[in-house]
Design a binder for this molecule. Sequence first.
Ligand code: CP
Length: 349
Amino acid sequence: MQDQARESRQFLHRYTPPPIDGSFRGKHIVTVEQFSRSDLRTLFDVVFDFRSRVTNHDRSLLDICGSHVMASLFYEASTRTDMSFQAAMRRLGGRVVSASNGVQFSSVYKGEDLADSVRAAACYADVIVLRHPEVGSSYQAAYYLDQLQARVTRQPVVISGGDGVGEHPSQALLDLFTLVDLKGGAAGQTITMVGDLRNGRTVHSLAKLIGKLETRNTTLCFVSPAALPMPENIISYLKTHHINVHETGDLQEVLGQSDVIYWTRVQEERFENRAEYEAIRNDFIMTPEVMRDAKPDCILMHPLPRKNEMGTPEQRDALDLDPRAAYFRQMENGMFVRMALLASVLGAV
Ligand code: CP
């Protein structure tokens, strides 16, 4: 796995993701840095349209991707990303393929490398959704798909479903859409991200996407254990893009001023040292008592899945009833955003 990790990271430099620049068709989606403000407006217009049509059971949606096939290639566990992409494709009339019983029972079991598995999926599908534990793996997939174009008749694209501790671009899109949906956008808001900011790819992508918007009066507060800070490259990216950044280990410093609270799980699976995880897993626990000190009109987001960082099952049940809890709306928005993304890269809208 060390070799795969090294190889995947190299592609962060070998492959340059194309900016969307007004045209989604045929573009691999591997980082939020590909999107401009105008691209987001275009995409979110489609999301609002699809959401309304799904809600009204508009059967004409089934014609949009009726001739397309999506391959689901997940090397890491997922509930939301995998299921919402599959549901999105089916709601647009498309089909979904995957290795029977998961990627671990594909030729990966026999030692096939990532490049060949991606090439195989591309020979059968028009779009591949890839989740992989290594940073840069989606760049690697995009690089080999571009090379494959000279050898096959079609031009399949890859959408990252998360590459290790790197990025999760479609999650950031659905998070930002939820901010637009519930708070009118990110501009002027104080957005507080809490928890494992070192390993959380969702917070990496969302912070960078907000930076792309260059909303000068937006504040991002990062609250984490000292060992799990937001990576320095993202902090400097935000400062370059005129976002106010405040880092602290004390939630109370920022809780009462936060318009958006984005809570995250400590990513147990990313720790090599179990004792290090145990030492900090309970540092930040969201409970109904914590929410008492939050603004009455704030929203509480979480990419999910959740564990002890949202308290006991009883505390979670109580949190879920708080009208400020936005994570189920966020989860549902994921399907609409992924519908719009699939239709856009396939040139179907
Ligand atoms: N938010 C998210 O990526 O969830 P899954 O791991 O369940 O896909």
